[in-house]
Design a binder for this molecule. Structure first.
Ligand code: SF4
Length: 312
């Protein structure tokens, strides 16, 4: 299984900048945050813009929240942009501007969870760590467990099975994880796996079992988009990104005004917008200023001084 997959990876891996020989831990961290629930094709141009403008954590640490939200563009889930900004400030303050390679230090950064910490350790530092993203879970679910798709929530059994296949050597483990990810993205895709061109087809448990259907189909959520709060929030942010300053609330176009008001309130609670009063007295909304000496509301660095010196 390993030889077949790694040979395929050598011949088919995409040339992505966060995997290049000159990649930096910061570039890897930014890519991993951007790639959460967002496809490579949408991430790559934004990642290049970010890395040109903010090539290191200290560069990003000086940005304002409005700047990072503008450059985040339409990647979606924009709280990730603010978390990256907070991480950059924390890395600058607490780690002399260098992304740490220690799991506990990585997980203490704002918005960095178990998966992202494992991915940064593997892909930036060649450490042996278990990287289980959606693509890896799907490939292992089919090829090893014989299931159409993995369970909706990650299980201990999956982690054990994946760990058993992970090479002992750090760089080899990182390459193995990348190869599984790439196979899931390009060949063993969710809806239409290209089994005829798959390097794992000879021993694939799902194919051997006759390609049974997804046993968890009824539990999977399908996320609607049109008319949702997520769509309304995205429209508000798009309007603010396109404007030079505050926008009158009345000028924001959305059919359900009550829903619009609720979404502005949740965006403000998330630190993504600021309600303001315009000079003519009308209510308005703007991107947050978020000066470099501020961490987002709710961001705490346990046991460490914050950017402004308070102990949090
Ligand atoms: S043979 Fe098909 S189902 Fe099995 S791992 Fe390859 S692409 Fe996925």
């Amino acid at each position: 299984m390993h030889d077949a997959l790694l040979r395929w990876f050598d011949a088919n891996a995409r040339d992505l900048p966060w995997r290049a020989a000159d990649r930096t831990p910061w570039g890897v961290l930014v890519s991993e945050v951007m790639l959460q629930q967002t496809p490579v094709a949408r991430v790559e141009p934004v990642w290049r813009t970010w890395m040109d403008r903010w090539p290191t954590p200290p560069h990003l640490a000086t940005a304002t929240a409005a700047e990072v939200l503008r450059d985040w563009g339409r990647l979606g889930y924009p709280r990730r942009a603010l978390r990256l900004l907070d991480s950059a400030r924390a890395i600058t303050d607490l780690h002399a501007g260098q992304v740490p390679d220690d799991e506990a230090a990585l997980r203490a950064l704002p918005g960095i969870g178990a998966y992202t910490a494992a991915a940064v350790r593997a892909f930036a530092f060649d450490r042996r760590s278990l990287v289980l993203d959606t693509n890896v879970r799907r490939v292992l679910s089919r090829s090893v467990a014989g299931r159409a798709l993995p369970p909706p929530s990650q299980t201990v059994a999956e982690e054990r099975a994946a760990a058993a296949l992970l090479p002992d050597d750090g760089p080899a483990a990182a390459r193995w994880s990348l190869a599984l990810m790439e196979l899931g993205a390009l060949v063993c895709t969710a809806r239409d796996p290209h089994c005829g061109s798959c390097p794992l087809r000879a021993g694939c448990a799902w194919l051997d079992a006759g390609s049974p259907p997804d046993e968890h189909a009824a539990r999977r959520r399908t996320q609607a988009w049109t008319g949702t709060d997520r769509q309304a929030r995205g429209q508000v942010l798009a309007a603010l990104r396109a404007a030079d300053g505050p926008v009158p609330t009345a000028d924001l176009v959305w059919p359900d005004r009550e829903q619009l008001g609720r979404c502005i309130a949740t965006l403000a609670a998330d630190g993504l917008v600021e309600p303001v009063q315009l000079p003519d007295g009308r209510p308005g909304v703007q991107l947050p200023d978020g000066r470099p000496d501020e961490l987002r509301p709710g961001v705490r660095l346990p046991g460490a001084p914050s950017a402004d010196g308070r102990s949090e």
